[in-house]
Write a protein that binds this ligand. Structure first.
Ligand code: AMP
Ligand code: GLY
Length: 424
């Protein structure tokens, strides 16, 4: 079978890497892909008429499965377009993708289905939001309703700071249409984890647990990024709490969507806060996490393709998945300055030294080819993933590998997976 993956980041590199290993797959295409992905898949640029323009390509190339990586094309209804054209496509419809595309939809959905989440209020006028801030104790978590490239959540400890955030979102439109309405919710304190499942709208296959590191600097300091590193499994989500998460969050979500006439197919990613041992939903994502997918898929021994196909067709195989017992840790190397302004175009060296190690995998996020190898071409540049028998040994292995790779203005966190160590 031929498979097309849509997207260009580290997550898509991991998906392509895993899909290409399937005995069912003859060839993988990726649009637009990146320099690392082009070593495993045939990459090509986005046509002028956008992803919708790929329908003809898929029909001509007899693509048996399309996998949509990022949230924006899902929210825009790409899966609906492809399905209408008769393609087999993995991912939720636009209606179901509202779980991620509208925070208000997600919060009200959770309220309707008694799914634990932080108490919240919804606003469509800045004056009302400001009055609410002035009459409630902080801290406050302010969330633009729509997709804002991962920047739409602002945590404020100070009332004036919160008022300014509301005014910037609703009156100055810093997130455009995404900020016409917003949610203000209570701040939850605890440890975060990512619980990711595959589903065909009815049956649910949980993937391994993981934890992301969103802040740019060690000890979770500095602004949030797309993710600076992740590991799997995440001890905070292991043990009996897994059953609680399935019973109180995942199953009610899938059942609730079906009951509301918008069955959810694809990946459901619940971003959770564990507060005194109880899980609460911070947010839903309707796509694979980036970078959580990289440590998860490097541990998955089972073939991913039958799961993706089954989810798309409505008959996902529910047999248990086989996982490597190892820990897997990814450290993201970024361009200094990210998530703000940064320079790019620097030569990357040292990657060839990592090629022969079976327990190391490099996933490219923002790179482009040069005559002598690769150049940096994005905020998140590379993710180095290592597998090992214990967290300590895996941390050692991944950071030894990270130190062999060089490019100007490179930045990475040195405490990825340190939280997991504290739990043993
Ligand atoms: P998002 O951009 O929706 O992924 O949210 C970004 C981050 O904001 C989450 O990963 C949490 O760290 C934080 N966050 C969101 N909601 C809350 C909340 N109610 N309490 C505490 N932190 C939150
Ligand atoms: N790693 C966070 C996300 O994918 O949204």
């Amino acid at each position: 079978m031929r498979v097309l993956v849509i997207g260009s980041g580290g997550r898509e590199h991991a998906l392509v890497w895993k899909i290409a290993q399937s005995p069912l797959v003859e060839k993988v295409y990726c649009c637009p892909g990146n320099a690392g992905i082009s070593r495993v898949a045939e990459c090509f640029s986005l046509p002028e008429d956008g992803y919708e323009g790929l329908v003809l390509f898929c029909q001509e190339q007899e693509i048996g499965l399309v996998v949509v990586g990022p949230e924006q094309p899902l929210a825009d209804g790409l899966v609906d377009t492809y399905r209408q054209a008769g393609l087999t496509v993995f991912g939720p419809s636009a209606a179901a993708a509202r779980l991620e595309g509208s925070k208000i939809f997600a919060k009200e959905f959770m309220l309707r289905h008694h799914i634990p989440t932080a108490p919240f209020s919804v606003f469509d006028q800045s004056a009302n939001a400001v009055a609410h801030l002035e009459n409630t104790p902080g801290p406050w978590v302010i969330k633009a309703d729509g997709l804002a490239a991962g920047k739409g959540v602002i945590i404020c400890h100070d009332c004036q700071e919160a008022v300014n955030a509301v005014r910037q979102i609703m009156d100055d439109h810093i997130f455009g249409k995404a900020g016409h309405r917003l949610v203000i919710e209570d701040m939850l304190r605890g440890e975060e984890g990512s619980f990711i499942v595959l589903t065909d709208g009815k049956n649910i296959v949980p993937l391994a647990t993981s934890q992301d590191h969103k802040a740019v600097f060690n000890d979770d300091r500095g602004p949030n990024t797309g993710g600076m590193g992740a590991y799997s499994p995440a001890p905070v989500l292991e043990g009996p709490i897994k059953d609680t998460i399935m019973a109180t969050i995942i199953k009610p979500t899938i059942r609730g969507m079906a009951l509301e006439g918008i069955p959810f197919r694809g990946v459901l990613y619940a971003g959770l806060m564990i507060v005194d041992g109880e899980p609460f939903v911070l947010e839903y994502n309707v796509r694979f996490g980036d970078p959580e997918t990289q440590p998860i898929l490097t541990r998955l021994t089972s073939d991913l393709v039958p799961l993706l196909l089954g989810s798309a067709r409505g008959d996902i195989p529910t047999g248990p998945l086989v996982w490597r017992d190892d820990f897997s840790i990814i450290v993201i190397l970024t361009s200094g300055g990210y998530p703000g302004k940064y320079d790019q175009g620097f030569e990357i060296s040292g990657l060839d030294q990592l090629e022969d190690s079976p327990d190391l995998v490099v996933f490219h996020a923002g790179t482009k080819p040069s005559s002598s190898g690769y150049l940096t071409a994005g905020g998140r540049v590379l993710g180095i993933t290592a597998l090992g028998p214990t967290i300590e040994l895996t941390r050692q292995k991944v950071y030894e590998a990270v130190k062999r790779v060089h490019f100007d203005q490179c930045h990475y966190r040195t405490d990825i997976a340190a939280k997991a160590l504290r739990r043993f």
